[in-house]
Design a binder for this molecule. Structure first.
Ligand code: NAI
Ligand code: MG
Length: 488
C-alpha cells in the first residue's frame, strides 16, 4: 500500500495524532493508499500557515506578475506529469484513463490563463462628483480560502478554484474528498517544485464532518469554495452565513437534454449518450433527463439503445473500455436504490436496471422511458448511469419541463432551427446551455448554477473576482475644512 502525507506549510506531514485511513480502488476493490486523517489541530496548523503566508510571507509582497509566473510554471509541471496524475485519479475514482488524461492535460490551461490574468486586475478612478478629492479603488485578495472538492474530478475541480484564488493573491487550504485524496497530494509536490512560498498551498486530508467542518468554521478562513452535494453545500452555506464568509457553491443538477423533431438525430443520440453514460453518469452536468419530442420519441430511443446495449464495461485503464465502475460503495447503493424508485413510480426500464454481470461496483447503463416530470427519477440527482426519458409535445412544454426542477446547472438543446436555438437557450434556467453539443467546458467560459445548483461562477475572467474584495481609497487634496463639525 502506498502511504501519503498531508502538505502543510511547505512540508509533507502526518496527522498530529497519527491517524490514517485507507483509499479504495473502485475497480479492484483493493485498499491501495493510506492517507492521514486530519483532526481540528491539523486543520488549525494548515490555516495558520495559509494565514501567515498571506499576511507576512513573500507571497503578499510578490508582484502579481511574479505570482502569475509561478502559476504558469505549475501549469508546465502538470503537463509534464499528466500521465502520473491521471493514473492516480483513475486508481482512486475509477473513471476512464482516456478521460482523466485529457482532463489533467487540459488543466495546464487553467494555470496559464489565470497566471496571465493575475497582473491584469486593475482598479478604477471614478470621475468623482466631489471636488477636492481623489478617489481610486484597489482589488485586494480575500485572504485564506478553503477549497473543498468531491471525488468525481478531483484535480479539475481543484484547478477551477485554486488557479483564480492564487492569481488573486489569496492562499489556500484544500480538503479533497476522503475517497480521492491521492492526486491532490501528488499535485502538492509540484507546488514545491515550482517554487511557491511555503503556506500558499496546503492540503489537509480527512473526513467531511471532522476535517471539512473544522476548516469551514475556522474564523481565519475568509472564503469557502465548494463542489459537491446540495446537502453538504446547504450546511456549508449556513455556516458561512453565521460568520459572514464569502462562499461559492457548485452543487448538483438534473440537467435536461432536449431533442426537437428537426434535430440531427445521430448527433443528438451521441450527445445524449455522452451526457449520461460518460463517467458512468457521475458528473454534476450529467444530462440525466432526456426530453424527446413526441414524433421522434420511439425512433430516438431505438437508436440510443442500439448503441448503448453494446457498451463495453470494464477496466478503466484500458483504452477500449467505455463505461467504468461507480466510485464508492455508497454511491453504488444510491444508484441501485434510484433504479428501484423509478420502477416503483411506474417508469419502464428498457435497458439495464441492475448490477452488471462483471461484478464489483458496476451498474449497467440504464434507461427508463414513460417518465413523467413529477417522478423522483425526474427531479432528484442520481449521479449514476441512469437516464430518464420524458416526452413533450411542443417548445413551450419542453421549456416548462426543463425548468421544472429545483436545479439549473446545464441543458442541451438539439435543433436545426436557429431561431428556436436562441429562443430556448434564453428561456432555460441554467448556468450553461449547449446547442447541438453537450458537456463542453473551457477555462474561458463561465460555469455555475442557477437556482439550487449553486452560487457563484467559476472559469472565465469573472472567476478571479470571486477571490477579491474592493477597497475605495479617498485622498483629500484641499486644506482642512474651516468648520470641523461638518464633513464634506
Ligand atoms: P459531499 O458533498 O458530502 O462531499 C464533497 C466534499 O465535501 C468532500 O470533500 C467531503 O469530505 C466534504 N464534506 C462533507 N461534509 C462536509 C462538512 N460538513 N463540512 C465540510 N466539508 C464536508 O458528497 P459525497 O458524500 O462525496 O457524495 C454524495 C452525493 O453528492 C453524490 O451522490 C452526488 O449526488 C453528489 N455529488 C455531486 C458532485 C458535483 O459535482 N456536484 C460531486 C460529488 C458528489
Ligand atoms: Mg478511492
Amino acid at each position: 500500500m502506498k502511504s501519503y502525507q498531508m502538505f502543510i506549510d511547505g512540508e509533507f506531514v502526518d496527522a498530529v495524532d497519527g491517524r490514517c485511513f485507507a483509499s479504495q480502488n473502485p475497480y479492484t476493490g483493493d485498499a491501495w493508499a493510506r492517507v492521514p486523517s486530519a483532526g481540528s489541530e491539523d486543520v488549525a496548523r494548515a490555516v495558520d500557515a495559509a494565514d501567515r503566508a498571506w499576511r507576512e510571507g513573500p507571497w503578499g509582497q510578490m508582484t502579481a506578475t511574479e505570482r502569475g509566473a509561478l502559476l504558469w510554471k505549475l501549469g508546465d509541471l502538470i503537463a509534464r506529469d499528466a500521465g502520473r496524475l491521471a493514473e492516480t485519479e483513475v486508481r482512486d475514482n475509477g473513471k476512464l484513463m482516456a478521460e482523466m488524461l485529457a482532463q489533467v492535460r487540459y488543466l495546464t490551461q487553467w494555470f496559464r490563463y489565470f497566471g496571465g490574468l493575475a497582473d491584469k486586475i486593475e482598479g478604477t478612478v471614478p470621475p468623482l462628483d466631489k471636488p477636492g478629492y481623489f478617489q481610486f479603488t484597489r482589488n485586494e485578495p480575500l485572504g485564506v480560502v478553503a477549497v473543498i472538492t468531491p471525488w468525481n474530478s478531483p484535480l479539475m475541480l481543484l484547478a477551477w478554484k485554486v488557479a483564480p484564488a492564487l492569481a488573486a493573491g489569496c492562499t489556500v487550504v484544500v480538503k479533497p474528498s476522503e475517497f480521492t485524496s491521492a492526486s491532490t497530494l501528488e499535485l502538492a509536490s509540484l507546488f514545491l517544485e515550482a517554487g511557491f512560498p511555503r503556506g500558499v498551498f496546503n492540503v489537509i486530508t480527512g473526513f467531511g464532518a471532522e476535517a471539512g467542518a473544522s476548516l469551514v468554521t475556522d474564523r481565519r478562513v475568509r472564503k469557502v469554495t465548494f463542489t459537491g452535494s446540495d446537502a453538504t453545500g446547504r450546511l456549508i452555506n449556513q455556516q458561512c452565513a453565521a460568520q459572514f464568509k464569502h462562499v461559492s457553491l457548485e452543487l448538483g443538477g438534473k440537467s435536461p437534454n432536449i431533442v426537437f423533431d428537426d434535430a440531427d438525430l445521430d448527433a443528438a443520440v451521441a450527445g445524449a449518450i455522452s451526457g449520461i453514460f460518460a463517467a458512468s453518469g457521475q458528473t454534476c452536468i450529467a444530462g440525466s433527463r432526456l426530453l424527446l419530442q413526441e414524433s421522434i420519441h420511439d425512433v430516438f430511443v431505438e437508436r440510443l439503445l442500439a448503441t448503448v446495449t453494446n457498451a463495453r464495461l470494464g477496466d478503466p485503464m484500458l483504452p477500449t473500455t467505455q463505461v467504468g465502475p461507480i466510485t464508492t460503495p455508497a454511491q453504488y447503493d444510491k444508484v441501485l436504490s434510484y433504479i428501484d424508485i423509478a420502477r416503483q413510480e411506474g417508469a419502464t426500464c428498457v435497458l439495464g436496471g441492475k448490477p452488471s454481470d462483471i461484478g464489483g461496483l458496476f451498474v449497467e447503463p440504464t434507461v427508463f422511458t414513460d417518465v413523467t416530470p413529477a417522478m423522483r427519477i425526474a427531479q432528484e440527482e442520481v449521479f449514476g448511469p441512469v437516464l430518464a426519458v420524458i416526452r413533450f409535445r411542443d417548445e413551450s412544454e419542453a421549456i416548462e419541463i426543463a425548468n421544472g426542477t429545483a436545479y439549473g446547472l446545464g441543458a442541451g438543446v438539439w435543433t436545426r432551427d436557429i431561431g428556436r436555438a436562441f429562443r430556448v437557450s434564453r428561456q432555460i434556467e441554467a448556468g450553461t446551455v449547449w446547442v447541438n453539443t453537450y458537456r463542453a467546458v473551457s477555462f474561458m467560459s463561465p460555469f455555475g448554477g442557477y437556482k439550487d445548483s449553486g452560487i457563484g461562477r467559476e472559469n472565465g475572467i469573472g472567476a478571479i473576482r470571486e477571490y477579491l474584495q474592493t477597497k475605495s481609497v479617498w485622498i483629500n487634496t484641499e486644506a482642512p475644512p474651516a468648520n470641523p463639525f461638518t464633513i464634506r
